[in-house]
Design a protein around this ligand. Structure first.
Ligand code: SF4
Length: 292
């Protein structure tokens, strides 16, 4: 029997090859105004016996071929630590070739677990947390109702680093609009410098009708960045980024593929942005341009 899922199920692009073991439904916060992923869907925790059953059947079916496992939905780290530990241990037992178990984890929920709990989870096999910072700009964080401050992100990163987790952080290009683009880019870089994530993944905000911010976009209260403004914002962010990290634009929403190690590849990445800025507006993908 294949694993069972309840829609909607999301995973980061970098988990495309991962086996998805759903442990919760929707998001226990669900109030970020830019996010439409789980709007209209009630948060719930899947019965642990059902999760363990799925792990067992997947183990029999796929065994050695599974290298990575991702635990949907939006904030599976919300689960009681004892249950998450049981789930991770069962995954480790079921898949002998396993290299990593990962989950989404908002900073507001990361800080609700103690350092000891994070170490237990790491010991059980959970090894990477995907976390949306979105912006380091306090005004923007408040406006989009992220439910976390710069301090929350720094504390969450401290707990995760201490327990030897890999941290994958997401920044939303364009989320502050043209008015606060520079503040957003600089503040995001300075926050990342303190958080020191292993990965920085850039996404460009795309309006989706389920997101509360969509109304602001529709009424023209909120303007999207055009491709050049988005690239300039990306350039400011990279210029101010000083921590050792791998920066990736591994998402279809972005206007250019800018990837590399900071600080080693920084000048090449900035040069690639300069080249992209020389393009004509019509050179950018029409399905994204249409929304502007
Ligand atoms: S961005 Fe993350 S925390 Fe915010 S509502 Fe969406 S899934 Fe929940």
């Amino acid at each position: 029997m294949p694993p069972r899922y309840k829609d909607p199920v999301y995973r980061p692009p970098s988990e495309a090859m991962s086996l998805l073991i759903q442990v919760s439904f929707s998001c226990p916060y669900n109030r970020c105004t830019f996010c439409g992923m789980y709007k209209g869907h009630k948060f719930g925790i899947r019965p642990i016996e059902e999760v363990l059953e799925d792990i067992e059947t997947c183990g029999q079916e796929y065994g050695n071929s599974v290298r990575t496992v991702f635990l949907p939905d939006g904030n599976s780290i919300f689960l009681p630590t004892d249950d998450l530990v049981r789930i991770c241990e069962a995954i480790v037992d079921a898949f002998p070739g396993l290299e990593r178990i990962t989950s989404y984890g908002s900073a507001r929920f990361v800080v609700k677990k103690t350092a000891e709990e994070w170490k237990r989870l790491r010991g059980a096999g959970l090894s990477r947390i995907h976390m949306g910072i979105e912006s380091g700009d306090p005004e923007t964080l408040k406006k989009v109702k992220k439910g976390a401050t710069r301090e929350t992100f720094i504390e969450a990163a401290r707990l995760l680093h201490e327990a030897d987790f890999e941290i994958s952080e997401y920044i939303l290009i364009g989320i502050a609009g043209p008015e606060r683009s520079r503040e957003h880019a600089v503040a995001s870089a300075t926050l990342l410098n303190e958080v020191r994530p292993h990965f920085v993944r850039l996404r460009t905000w795309v309006p989706v009708p389920a997101a509360p911010m969509y109304e602001e976009y529709e009424s023209e209260e909120f303007r999207l960045l055009d491709p050049f403004e988005a690239l300039q914002e990306m350039r400011t962010l990279i210029e101010n980024l000083e921590c050792e990290t791998l920066l990736l634009t591994d998402h279809v929403s972005n206007f250019a593929a800018i990837n590399g190690k900071i600080p080693d590849d920084k000048s090449d990445m900035l040069a690639a942005i300069e080249e992209a800025l020389k393009l004509d507006r019509s050179d950018f993908r029409p399905d994204i341009i249409r929304r502007l």
